[in-house]
Design a protein around this ligand. Structure first.
Ligand SMILES: Cc1cc2nc3c(=O)[nH]c(=O)nc-3n(C[C@H](O)[C@H](O)[C@H](O)COP(=O)(O)O)c2cc1C
Length: 149
């Protein structure tokens, strides 16, 4: 998988089950009409259950300048949810999910289905709103290093 160049995103949720955010590369578009995407979350982290419990999430596609955020949300420094979210500039989407203002594009999603495959739960979201910055670069992960494209 290290040879599989991938866009880096922060998957985020908030609601009755509490806030959660983590760095992901296993996300992709499923359908354009209706706009639908998926994210694969490791079931080994109990905090990832918050996505399903809240019923909503945002997929924040990182711009090239947000490597430090990507590292923090991947667990570097051992920060808790509040400390991680304090690092960025966030707004609240219609669903309640945290939207990163500096994201190249952020998708606000209603969670419509999930499926467990091997070690991961695939969460599928219907996109309700989009916030895009057309001039932003993209953060890409390849060979265990970060690249701005
Ligand atoms: C480049 C990169 C991509 C990652 N992609 C995913 C992913 O797609 N799904 C996932 O569940 N975890 C992924 N992770 C791991 C999570 O970011 C990490 O386990 C999590 O943030 C740890 O947080 P925790 O200590 O709060 O559990 C990735 C980590 C890195 C560095």
């Amino acid at each position: 998988m290290r040879r599989f160049a991938a866009g880096v995103c922060l998957a985020t949720t908030d609601g009755p089950a509490g806030a959660r955010g983590l760095t992901v590369t296993s996300s992709c578009s499923v359908s354009a009409d209706p706009p639908t995407l998926l994210v694969c979350l490791n079931t080994s982290s109990p905090q990832n259950q918050r996505f399903e419990a809240n019923g909503c999430f945002a997929l924040n596609v990182l711009s090239g300048g947000d490597e430090q955020l990507a590292r923090a949300f991947a667990g570097e420094g051992g920060l808790d949810a509040d400390q991680r979210f304090a690092l960025g500039d966030w707004s609240k989407a219609e669903t309640g999910a945290p939207i990163l203002r500096s994201a190249a594009v952020a998708f606000d999603c209603r969670l419509i289905d999930t499926k467990i495959v091997a070690t991961h739960r695939i969460i599928i979201g219907e996109v309700l709103a989009i916030a895009a910055q057309m001039e932003a670069s993209s953060l890409v992960y390849l060979d265990q290093s970060w690249h701005s494209l």
